[in-house]
Design a protein around this ligand. Structure first.
Ligand code: CIR
Length: 253
């Protein structure tokens, strides 16, 4: 069974970090309702969800994806790039410890899990404002013995690598090529987002289904036409904090 770790939204959510979007008022209650919908969708897709309590003083802590890189062999606890987010990893390491072998990134490396795309034994790390070359070097050092190679990849105009490209299945990626060079993924079948929906490249595959925001209806239609079973989950209030579907969970296959 797939285990998913999530965390309730902090009461200070509205003080979140923002990099590429303007701050607009966040309705905390609405965000919480949407987050509950997300957790329910994971449960309906037969995930065993471990819900961590809110971190009252860590505004972005609902975005648990950024705190760890989970592989079948080991979980790497990250050092998130934003200082306000570094303390988020402590409770995540505690939650993961009974489930998987854990290793930790060390200073001066910084990496957000949202920048990490695992495709087989190749791990792509977005060279964003959050993740640095030291992280790539450390990951190569730590994960080489498990057969992984870790590569940095340029991106622009978006927060994380997984804002621009995510995995639909072993052969297929969903991509916004305005934010990343599609030639980096020549060996994959690429599905391009609808250009009117720039934030649509972030999807979360769970089993045979794809969790995806209903706001991106044109891209959603493309996915359905390609035969994907799309389960929609509204995260529009979380998007005001620059979050999307992958960032609200850590998935342990
Ligand atoms: C941040 O800027 O760190 C948060 N406001 C949003 C993080 C979203 N995380 C993700 O997509 N993996």
């Amino acid at each position: 069974m797939t285990v998913a770790i999530t965390r309730e939204i902090s009461p200070r959510f509205a003080e979140c970090e923002l990099t590429h979007i303007e701050r607009t008022p966040i309705d905390l209650e609405r965000a919480r309702i949407q987050h509950r919908g997300y957790v329910n969708a994971l449960r309906e897709l037969r995930c065993d969800v471990i819900e961590l309590p809110a971190e009252p003083d860590l505004p972005d802590s609902v975005f648990v994806e950024d705190t760890a890189i989970i592989l079948p062999e080991v979980a790497v606890i990250t050092r998130p790039g934003a200082d306000s987010r570094k303390p988020e990893t402590t409770s995540i390491a505690q939650a993961l410890a009974p489930l998987v072998k854990i290793i930790h990134m060390r200073e001066p490396a910084t990496v957000d899990g949202g920048d990490v795309l695992v495709l087989g034994n190749r791990i792509y790390v977005g060279l964003s404002t959050r993740s640095n070359q030291e992280a790539i070097d450390q990951l190569n050092e730590m994960l080489g013995k498990y057969g992984y190679s870790v590569l940095g990849i340029e991106l622009h105009d978006c927060l994380h690598l997984k804002s621009a490209v995510t995995r639909l299945d072993d052969q297929t990626l969903l991509i916004n090529e305005n934010w990343i060079d599609a030639n980096c993924f020549k060996n994959f079948d690429l599905i391009h987002i609808d250009p009117s929906e720039p934030y649509a490249a972030n999807c979360l595959p769970i089993g045979e289904s794809i969790l995806f925001p209903p706001a991106f209806s044109k891209t959603c239609e493309k996915l359905e036409k390609r035969g994907y079973n799309v389960v929609t989950v509204d995260v529009s209030e979380l998007a005001k904090a620059e979050g999307a579907v992958t960032c609200c969970s850590l998935i342990i296959p």
